[in-house]
Design a protein around this ligand. Sequence first.
Ligand code: PGA
Length: 261
Amino acid sequence: MEVIIRPTTKEAVNLTARLIAAAIRRKPFFKLGLATGATMEAVYADLAAMNRAKEVDFSRVVTFNLDEYIGLPPEDPNSYRYYMNRNLFSKINIDLGNTNLPDGMAKDEIAEGQRYEKAIRDAGGIDLQLLGIGNDGHIGFNEPISSLGSRTRSKALTPATYAQNSVYFNPPDSMPKRAFTMGVGTILEAARVVMLITGKKKAGIAAKAIEGPITAMVTGSALQLHPSTVVVLDEAAASELKQTEYYNWVFANEPEWKPYR
Ligand code: PGA
């Protein structure tokens, strides 16, 4: 795992977007794993700006989102399909037919999980998975005690996630209590993982995921098992990390990071 700390949220977001754009430039037939949530909106704005400036081309990119609420159709403004169309897909030159999310309206939940896993496999696997982290440490909607070997399936959401996300729903209690999510095992198979964590509120959970024990109680900690993960944080989110000096030293000295310094 590598940890990059940038002074501001804007710089952390921009570095994340540049990492994604550089990876797509190296391999145009790219399979990109995507995330939703408030943190990612700025990443998608930066990627859209880079696309407008012809710095990155999405015409041959295939995307797989981490998760979708169960019971919300694509046209519901709170569905993740709607979020993706609004924040990214409508703003870049991607073929909508190449964008994938679990189907929140699927009747057979087990079959839907299997279909999604097969779609990822048939595409040749995910080249880069973008991740945020929830207040309860979740990646995707892999809530505490999710198996670290789990695959795409339906999950009950925790009260912490409900509190975090129901503010977007009107009324708040119309938020679904369940969702489809890629499993922790699915995420760990991505060739590369880029996680973005911003803001003081996430400082405690960021420290647990990065420097704490690997535990199903904080599914983000499973990334410690992943061979190629970079976590990008702003200073506020990094404020409870213990090894900051070392992370900063690596970023300042490793040739790989020179273009990003
Ligand atoms: P947020 O969500 O960006 O809205 O904080 C992140 C997550 O729950 O994974």
